[in-house]
Design a protein around this ligand. Sequence first.
Ligand code: ATP
Length: 237
Amino acid sequence: MAPMLEIKGLKAFYGGTQALHDVGLDLEAGGITTLLGANGAGKTTTLRAICGMVRREGTVLFDGQPIDKLATEDIVRLGVAHVPEGRGTFTGLSVEENLKIASFGRRDKSGVKRDMDLVFTYFPRLKERISQQAGTLSGGEQQMLAISRALMLGPRLMLLDEPSFGLAPLIVQEIFRIMRRINQEAGVSMLLVEQNASLALDLADRAYLLETGHVVMSGAAQDLKNDEGIRRSYLGY
Ligand code: ATP
């Protein structure tokens, strides 16, 4: 079966600066793939290039359909949701307003209701805080809200950028457990960028290593976890 997401020869540019030179990856439907790499390697830019938030060249196929020339809103409509670095919630709005705004573009109102219920089964803490201003939530709750906003788009693929950033280990574990449930129970595929390489490799089934905008290694997540170079450079043992 063809991969759900297929990327070939992807390049990305910030003005005159080329941040991605040659990124290629395949993601199977139902899978979790992680992108590893040092700071500045191009992980965030890869996610942004997939969803059309940066100037890009190359081929990106989603379900076999080219999305590399589509606008971000059209890519979202096809079922690709981005959970950005820094979370991207509306801090002055309530939890409920944040969730409703995320689903504005959808016409399937029964689907919206179902996804709102789903969000609260995954994140009961958000239900308890439904009227609270997003800016007053804890860091972990804000990350939960960011993931929930993506869920409200009814995605088939989620692009997650540093979900553990700035959070205490226990809350990171909780969020990763819920990400696994979303993958397994709701069938949402994931492409994950994560500083905590060990955690990312445990969650993912496949992994790619980026260096200066190129893919330099890829394989089963457990194989990369056992690779000596990866262990030394990214796992610290
Ligand atoms: P980090 O883990 O530090 O977030 P990363 O692997 O996600 O790193 P990117 O943020 O994708 O890396 O950055 C890739 C390259 O693009 C870097 O050289 C970075 O300086 C450059 N870059 C990123 N954003 C911009 C921007 N808005 N304008 C210009 N250059 C940028």
